[in-house]
Design a protein around this ligand. Structure first.
Ligand code: TYM
Length: 338
């Protein structure tokens, strides 16, 4: 629930670390385009400050940030309609994150499953930034008073923490200043799974490249990865209930539904009874038809990095018109002399 003075505003971000993959596209990017096209003011962000919570080669980070920006634009984010930024060019994100480091409690942060997964067994060697990651994420969202955040399922816990931070700030200072932002986790592809193991999510950090479809893969690679995707021996069911104990089958059907903008039931009504030998080539054709134009456009945009830098620079100027007054007001509330 957000309270009345907050105008609807969408914010979301993606880390520029490694390649964009189909999970990012279907779970996030494609849905950002839908939000933009509904006419809601939207801000989309390459979270470069989050990326350095683990080591990044400087040249790779610079390249990945521009390539991610190209991915946003090629997928349909229009810098004339949405504000497109990289996080480090809008300093109020990091400034508000410091305030939230002082609002969030150690116990809350320790419960974050993404920290536990990423830090692994050797948490003592993880950066302090990796531990504080969710406070910066809360700042990304709340420095815009964003009311809605489209994300994949894996970000749900971070968005709950964002609400906890907003609520504690409001309570501690006796204000209704930050909205309780709504996570928007919708559609058939909120958790796209690995093509090699239906129990693991598709991820940039999976060592097997065959586990994911990268947005930069060519048509042959996409078709080969889908042909080799793990499945079971049974025919596809005609109703969603028939996918219950079949994670790999469910994943491929969900991908088909999301790519073709259809509900899962409509897809199953069409393909129910088919063997994977028949279904996989159709899925591969659909994936190539939808993704190839995006990867070609990304490559074209990457030929002119200065144009991408110009777009991000202009985005930062527009963003700061929103963020600077919100930071000022925050400092005033907490008693900083201005
Ligand atoms: P990141 O970079 O890991 O992922 C970006 C977006 O892609 C979604 N996603 C998936 N969706 C479906 N299936 C998958 N297999 C899959 N893998 C990734 C993620 O849910 C996410 O929406 N912490 C965030 C970045 C961030 C952010 C924010 C997001 C920083 N600040 C503020 C929203 C608002 C992250 O690491 O996403």
């Amino acid at each position: 629930m957000t309270t009345p003075p907050f105008v609807p505003r969408v914010f979301s971000g993606i880390q520029p670390s490694g390649d964009l993959h189909l999970g990012n596209y279907l779970g996030a990017l494609k849905r950002f385009v839908d939000a933009q096209n509904q006419g809601i003011q939207s801000i989309y962000c390459m979270v470069d400050l989050h990326a350095i919570t683990v080591w990044q080669e400087p040249a790779d980070l610079r390249h990945s940030t521009r390539e991610l920006a190209a991915g946003f634009i090629a997928s349909g984010i229009d810098p004339e309609k949405s504000i497109l930024i990289n996080q480090s060019q809008v300093p109020e994100h990091a400034q508000l994150a410091w305030v939230f480091n002082c609002v969030a409690r150690m116990g809350w942060m320790k419960r974050m499953t993404q920290f536990k997964d990423k830090a692994g067994k050797n948490a003592e060697a993880a950066s302090l930034g990796l531990f504080g990651y969710p406070a910066l994420m809360a700042a990304d969202i709340l420095i815009y008073h964003a009311t809605h955040v489209p994300v994949g399922e894996d970000q749900k816990q971070h968005l709950e923490l964002t609400r906890d931070i907003a609520a504690k700030f409001n309570h501690d200072y006796g204000v209704e200043f930050f909205p309780l932002t709504e996570p928007v986790i919708e559609g058939p592809a909120t958790r796209v799974m690995s093509l090699r193991d239906g129990s693991k999510k598709m991820s940039k950090s999976d060592p097997s490249d065959a586990s994911r479809i990268n947005m930069t893969d060519d048509a042959d690679t996409i078709a080969r990865k889908i042909r080799k995707a793990k499945t079971d021996p049974d025919a596809l069911p005609s109703e969603a209930a028939g996918l219950a104990d079949r994670p790999e089958a469910r994943n491929l059907v969900n991908i088909y539904a999301a790519l073709s903008d259809q509900p899962v039931d409509a897809v199953l009504a069409e393909i129910g009874g088919q063997q994977f030998g028949t279904f996989k080539p159709q899925l591969a054709d659909l994936a190539v038809a939808k993704l190839s134009p995006i990867s070609q456009e990304m490559a074209r945009l990457m030929n002119d990095p200065s144009e991408i830098d110009r777009i991000l620079g202009r985005g930062a100027e527009q963003a700061r018109e929103i963020t600077a007054p919100i930071l000022e007001k925050t400092y005033e509330i907490i008693g900083m002399v201005r």
